[in-house]
Design a protein around this ligand. Structure first.
Ligand code: FAD
Length: 394
């Protein structure tokens, strides 16, 4: 005989656990199943092990979706303050690192422990290491066929995340279920991901691997200003991860290095004060030495002293640094992407509850939905908010 529950949640990640807590608190009989051996594995590795669990500035404008209005309702129902209150009730110390990004002082594992405690207190059952073979509709709801037998439920919540980091157990499960039940999908692609360069360009930049610099990265009309990191595969660092979600194959990325500094004025002053100084030495006072050398060589000014350089030559050097245009060959893909863009088309879901409009009782939450946050705690805030909303309705 099948096990009987009110709510089955597939996926014990951030969204699934939050949904389970809220549904459990409402007195629903809830079971969470996951094929992984441990819950919240992405929470554990997030934020360099300290989990950037929310962003105090989170608002709908920090999310990408075919329908930018869809996320508004859930984000308003469960705010960063709500999650901070939960974290503080559990005595977890936190700090703001930068740009409203909140991290645990100690360890991301504190967040997982907190969620597990809340789940236990809400009477939620957690079954790990279980695979789900199929899901079908029944007259009273759904039957989830698992490796440990069938589970019947009135509500079924899909919280299996996106395709990012398949090594950690990410699957396209949610998209398959959506298709099975006739829900449309928005094409998926990797987001918050390092960009790669073609071999020729990479070779010309190989001496820069490991260099980090403050930069504005622009693609289309979108610009992010954060650190840029040159790697042995291409471009990375927060500014690149951010812009990667907006960049499309074949497009250029425009880099404005050192946007805070009036480089031309600084070089002209250096020329006045010490004309014998080499251009690359003067530039290296403003940026990493290897980068200074690269740009001076690129402009054909290697070993030239400042006094030899006209205003025009200095200006050309600065323009090269202010608008360094690079056409990436691609991205590192789902292997290293922090998130998956696209997913379950929001037109098929009710924005208050995350329930499928045409399949009562079926819910999709978290990363599998076509709502993707910027880098900086926004993606967890979406997981908490969408999980909370479904937890109130399932
Ligand atoms: P997930 O957390 O991916 O959970 C999905 C769960 O479903 C997993 O437990 C998985 O095992 C399970 N599952 C999958 N397929 C199946 C199946 N077929 N059967 C059964 N179970 C299945 N976001 C931030 O906001 N801040 C950060 O600091 C941050 N750091 C990150 C660092 C890294 C390296 C990565 C990869 C991502 C990071 N993110 C961060 C993004 C964030 O982790 C995700 O947006 C978030 O985890 C999505 O939550 P979710 O519950 O929807 O999915």
């Amino acid at each position: 005989m099948a096990d009987r529950q009110d709510v089955v949640i597939i996926g014990a990640g951030a969204a699934g656990m939050m949904c389970a807590i809220e549904a459990g608190k409402r007195g629903r009989r809830v079971v969470v199943v996951d094929h992984a051996k441990a819950p919240g594995e992405k929470i554990r590795i997030s934020g360099g092990g300290r989990c950037n669990f929310t962003n105090i500035h989170a608002s709908p404008k920090n999310f990408l979706s075919d329908n930018p209005h869809f996320c508004k309702s859930a984000l308003a129902r469960y705010t960063p303050r709500d999650f901070i209150d939960l974290v503080e009730r559990h005595g977890i110390a936190w700090h703001e690192k930068t740009l409203g990004q909140l991290f645990c002082d100690d360890s991301a594992k504190d967040i997982i422990r907190m969620l597990l405690t809340e789940m236990r207190d809400a009477g939620v059952a957690l079954r790990l290491g279980i695979s789900v073979a199929s899901v079908e509709r029944t007259p009273t709801g759904f039957r989830t066929m698992t490796s440990e037998g069938p589970i019947d439920s009135a509500a079924l919540v899909i919280a299996t995340g996106g395709k990012s980091i398949p090594k950690m157990g990410a699957t396209g499960f949610a998209y398959g279920i959506a298709e099975e039940f006739g829900l449309p999908l928005v094409e998926t692609r990797p987001g918050l991901v390092p960009l790669t360069l073609d071999p020729g360009l990479l070779e010309s930049l190989k001496d820069l691997a490991g260099v980090a610099v403050d930069a504005e990265a622009k693609s289309g009309k979108t610009t992010f200003r954060e650190a840029l990191l040159m790697t042995h595969r291409g471009l990375s660092g927060p500014s690149i991860l951010q812009i990667s979600s907006f960049w499309r194959e074949g497009g250029d990325v425009h880099l404005h290095l050192l946007p805070e500094i009036d480089l031309l004025a600084a070089l002209k002053t250096a020329r006045k004060v010490n004309g014998r100084q080499a251009a690359q030495t003067a530039l290296a006072e403003q940026m990493p030495k290897r980068l200074a050398q690269f740009f001076v060589e690129k402009s054909g000014l290697a070993h030239r002293s400042l006094a030899d350089l006209s205003d025009k030559a200095l200006d050309a050097l600065c323009i090269g640094i202010r608008d360094w245009t690079i056409r990436p060959a691609g991205s590192e893909g789902y292997r290293t992407a922090e998130v998956t863009l696209g997913g379950i088309d929001t037109r098929a879901l009710d924005s208050r509850s995350m329930q499928a409009r045409d399949v009562p009782g079926l819910f999709f939450i978290g990363e599998c939905v076509d709502v993707t946050g910027w880098l900086g705690g926004y993606n967890f805030q979406w997981a908490w908010a969408s999980g909370y909303s479904a937890g109130q309705a399932a």
